[in-house]
Design a protein around this ligand. Sequence first.
Ligand code: ADP
Ligand code: MG
Length: 593
Amino acid sequence: MTNRISLLPDHVANQIAAGEVIQRPASVVKELLENAVDAGSDTIQLIVKDAGKTLVQVIDNGTGMNSTDIRLAFERHATSKINIAEDLFTLKTKGFRGEALASIAAIAHVETHTRVENEDVSHCLKIEGSQVIEQTLSTQPKGTSIAVKSLFYNIPARRNFLKSDTVELRHVIDEFHRVALAHPGIKFLFFNNGSELFDLPSSNLRKRLVAIFGNKLDSLLVPIEETTSLARLNGFVVKPSHAKKTRGQQFFFVNNRFIRSPFLNHAVSAAFEGLLRPGFNPGYFLFLELDPKTIDINIHPTKTEVKFEDEQSLYAILRSTIKHSLGIFQVIPTLDFEQNQTMEVPYAFKNKVPTSPPIEVDSSFNPFKDSASNRKPKMEQWEGLYSGIQSLPTEEVSSTHSLVEVPQATRVFQLFFKYIVCPLRTSMLLIDQSRAHQRILYERFLSAITTKKGISQQLLFPLTIELNPQQEEQFKSSYEILEALGFEIKHIEKSIEVMGAPEHCPPSKIESVIETLLLENDKESENQHFSYADQVAKSMAQSLAIRPGETLKLEEQHRLLDDFFGCKETTVSPFNKQIFITLEKGEIEQKLS
Ligand code: ADP
Ligand code: MG
């Protein structure tokens, strides 16, 4: 009988290992940047083409490799960073597995140029799918340049699995942020398709944060600092008033390595308890230093998960330190003030020019013909229901003018600052004000986007919004849709000037709305069930709709109902929530019988 078990050839083993370490261009970026940091570089350049699908290149001015090292670097389990397993517990470097370069070389075309300081010549090595194609000498400056081309060229399934350039670039930028934040002393440059995305000079953490996320962040940072026998904690949290709906600004570094930890994240959230509106997440950039012996970073192939020996104490340190700092920096009173403000902001109907809702009249409808008391109101029957209350003769119902007038005469009122109660002929409607308004806005914005006829209102004072490089990229690809919505925007270097905004978008909301829309753009192809237009309309509706708790004046209530009754769909909100309930006369009578 022939043997059934055989050792896998190296290139196959490497391809399999690559599957674990390299999921997408961003994984290559992470490994190459980390190697450049480990090599003691003080300037690192990242160059990508087509979000890294065509090229990821990292150029550093670190130690470089000699002729033997350059060959060994691409062997599996070849590392200069540990010799014995115990070294893992005193690790100061990013890498240690000696797996990354071998994995990358198994699934791409890799070209390396490298020179150590005291040698005259540099070494150049070309590898394709683990095969050495060429090794030559040349004269390059000290340091290393590794170019990874045609990633996954020999694994079409993986290549096809990659997302759009926008999404992949987003991942690349995320990895870049993580390394750049952990090493503010190193100068970083980042080019995508020939244009510069980041130029980060050597500086400190605060300046690095501002260089990456924009000047606005500077005044929002609350410093965090604590040293205990167990750990040293430092960094910043973002003032709770500027918490975001996304988790884009949550960074934990343990011994200068970016990690994900739902547990530590929970500790931070606990410190913010009571200070955040529901659905908002705290922003933080926190660095923990611990004795490497008390942690295990070796539990995950891409090294973003960590096990801690004394989790409970860490949790307590984080929570109390952050809570304390939030207190010292007096962010709490500010927030209380802001919360009250949002509760009292009246719904801005007063600036609106009244328009007739586009009601389609069902002239054959006769409200008096209907005898059943358990009838559910349907769109085309709204007017009839109203007219019943008004006891208008049926003939008049067919006049558009009288239809518009009808709700005005109806007695409606607001209940619990949350619902509009609307008595009908044989029933009563309880309408959720927020969901109804979301529906109205959603339909309007969607139609504005699809017809490209969004109505723009000129701003008295144009508004300048600073954009960080990544928002700038997102802006370029969102420009068309913003314009369709009714935004009038000029792109000036590193910022935009907003001269006009869509109807229903008050100046105070413009900045946050645009910020959210730019983020939405990223999710585009990750969420393929919904079109971008649909997502944008939803997101705008959500940001701009009246909230529960807002007082509505009588004419505002009427306007809301008018607009709502003109909607194409009235049963559910854009987020699939029921908008109203009906209380039938019969039901009421039964309850009181
Ligand atoms: P690891 O980083 O885990 O050691 P890698 O496969 O990423 O494994 O790298 C293998 C080895 O190649 C490293 O240990 C290092 O000695 C060398 N190396 C990789 N990149 C560079 C670089 N940019 N400059 C100098 N040496 C490098
Ligand atoms: Mg490495």
